[in-house]
Design a protein around this ligand. Structure first.
Ligand code: NAP
Length: 580
């Protein structure tokens, strides 16, 4: 096997990830005239929807919203078959987009980033990669270095599977599988005794499907989840026709909504306590029957007023007690934490599954897991026999995929060290000391609380606009002013303080080294959009542009002369107003 590490490849931009973020970044950068190379760990496009193939995986945002809008032809042509698309259909859509816009040739698949460092002499990123498929070949080269002016990281906000360290894992004689890394060739579930650990969105979606096929399913629940019925159904062609008649107007309406989706339902602005108990019940029931996230908008203060949130929680607990036959099981399924503090899950037949004779609930908060044994899971009080253990235990935090990349910025500083205490970003898109590097769906970005695809398009457009701005002016280095970064971070922290997100542990809450809790950003979509637009319109205050006279290929090469001249003329860094 030969090592071709010295085999440098020059492009204007490297994109990491071929999920919806990476695909659109590659498309948009290429459209701006840059040469692009993409790197994807998976064998194909799709990102989240490539890896999360567990039975029942389905989007919780309606299909007509959870889709790209950059091409009207695409959004007119593509026809979703269900109100909420299932994983295979979303993956097929990602593949269609990759083929339709000829994005696949831009990417190297089954390839990982080994490290990426910023070369201060040339203002370029040196990205070392390793290809799995090539490393398996006897003659091929398995390592390459890409040199690029810009590095766009579309590595996902929820993408590093978390598996708890359980004693005895190596002793377990059956099979273990994580929902976030479900094998492409499937897992044999038929007639098996299955134990699912975790009752977040993935566990909730997987349970009813696994229960259809398995001999038995034991659900190991640590924290009960508020689950709203999806009321999924075949796509309504009348609704599709109306939306497609004015898709642009429909998309525009979503930009005015707090979470960037929900154009199908009324966003209630009445306070929960402003109506009497009967009227509250009537409104909750109507939203419950409609299904989906509409329930969250029954009243305007469910995310900010604990008393209001408790009325929603109590309605759902009532539904759980009504649906689940065994009162002891029903009680154990009733969540106690503040409604809306954690992400609400949209599910199908979740609570109903506990009426099946082959499904049982194990409350591992009351009876904690001790270890895995050769034949299953031992808790303090019992043993659960299992042939298959499904870890529906979620993912590391929103910064994890970036921290794990071995990124080195100015002075060779590692991002993981810089963010040891907590991630610090400017606009949730870039971070000081790591010039020419942008991330999509990273920390400090509201992505995971919004319609991810819409947010991806919005932020990638901004990133590429910023790259264009630098290229047009001959700047070869774009960094973040630390003051602006601190101000942004403090600003998003302060906004979250007014919400109920602080009131429990969840993926929205991080803890600093000093034990201080902070919330991953909660900035509504309208405010985020207007902030990014304003920053761009004002010439990117908060960013620091600098120019260096280094020749390079692609669109930047003709601008080197301008860069040289700019640098000679100013001979200094242009530092703009750090306010955002
Ligand atoms: P998750 O929401 O983080 O849930 C992980 C579950 O695993 C929790 O119930 C957690 O319990 C449990 N868990 C973790 N470690 C455990 C341990 N040692 N013992 C027992 N239980 C343990 O993960 P997820 O369900 O994979 O969802 C990840 C993200 O993707 C979420 O934001 C989710 O909403 C989203 N998602 C979206 C969709 C969709 O669009 N339809 C579908 C699936 C997931 P605790 O709560 O006690 O920590």
């Amino acid at each position: 096997m030969s090592d071709h590490r010295n085999d440098h490849h020059d492009v204007d931009a490297v994109v990491v990830g071929a999920g919806f973020g990476g695909l659109y970044a590659a498309y948009k950068l290429r459209q701006a005239g840059l040469t692009v190379h993409g790197i994807e760990r998976g064998a194909d496009v799709g990102g989240t929807w490539y890896w999360n193939r567990y039975p029942g995986a389905r989007c919780d945002i309606e299909s007509l919203e959870y889709s790209y809008q950059f091409s009207d032809d695409l959004q007119q042509d593509w026809r979703w078959t269900e109100r909420y698309a299932a994983q295979p259909e979303i993956l097929a859509y990602a593949r269609h987009v990759a083929d339709r816009f000829e994005l696949r040739p831009l990417f190297g698949f089954s390839t990982s980033v080994v490290s990426a460092s910023f070369d201060e002499d040339t203002d370029r990123w040196l990205v070392d990669t390793q290809s799995e498929s090539e490393s398996e070949s006897e003659s091929g080269c398995d390592r390459r270095q890409w040199r690029a002016r810009f590095l766009v990281l579309a590595t996902g906000g929820v993408s590093r599977p978390y598996t708890p360290t359980l004693a005895g894992l190596e002793r377990f004689g059956g099979r273990t599988v994580h929902t976030g890394a479900w094998p492409a060739d499937g897992v044999d579930v038929d007639g098996k005794r299955v134990a699912i650990i975790g009752t977040g969105g993935s566990g909730v979606q997987a349970l009813p499907i696994l229960a259809d096929r398995a001999a038995s399913v034991s659900v190991l629940q640590r924290t009960p989840t508020y689950v709203i019925p999806a009321r999924n159904r075949s796509a309504d062609t009348d609704v599709e026709r109306v939306v497609k008649a004015d898709y642009q107007g429909f998309r525009q309406r979503t930009t005015e909504l707090q979470f960037g989706f929900g154009a199908f339902f009324d966003q209630g602005d009445v306070a929960a306590m402003a109506v009497d108990a009967d009227e509250r019940e009537r409104r909750y029931r109507q939203r419950w029957e409609d299904g989906g996230y509409s329930f969250l908008y029954t009243f305007g203060d469910l995310g900010t007023n604990p008393a209001a949130a408790e009325t929603a929680a109590e309605f759902i607990r009532g539904e759980i007690r009504r649906i689940v036959d065994d009162p002891v099981v029903a009680e154990a399924l009733c969540p106690a934490h503040v409604f809306g503090c954690r992400r609400i899950v949209i599910g199908t037949d979740y609570y109903e599954s506990f009426n099946r004779p082959n499904v049982s609930l194990v409350d591992v908060a009351a009876d904690p897991i001790v270890e895995l044994t050769a034949t299953g899971v031992r808790t303090e009080q019992s043993h659960i026999d299992a042939d298959l253990i499904v870890f529906a235990t979620g993912f590391e935090d929103q910064a994890a995929s970036l921290r794990h990349l071995d990124l080195r910025g100015l002075g060779g500083v590692r991002l993981a060290d810089r963010w040891q205490d907590r991630p610090l970003t400017y606009l949730g898109l870039c971070t000081a000391g790591f010039p020419n590097m942008f991330f999509v769906n990273g920390p400090g970005n509201p992505s995971i609380t919004t319609n991810m695809i819409a947010n991806i398009e919005h932020t990638v457009d901004w990133i590429v606009g910023c790259v264009d701005h630098a290229i047009d002016r001959g700047w070869t280095r774009v960094d973040v002013n630390p003051l602006a970064q601190n101000r942004w971070t403090a600003g998003v922290d302060a906004r979250a303080n007014g919400r109920l997100l602080h009131t429990c542990t969840s993926r929205y809450v991080g803890v600093t080294g000093a034990g201080q809790r902070y919330v991953f950003p909660f900035i509504g979509v309208p405010d985020y959009r207007s902030t990014l637009a304003d920053v761009a319109a004002r010439g990117y205050p908060g960013l620091v542009f600098d120019g260096r006279p280094t020749p390079r290929p692609g669109v930047v090469a003709p601008l080197v002369a301008a860069a040289t001249s700019a640098r000679t003329n100013s001979n200094s860094t242009r530092q703009t107003d750090p306010t955002i």
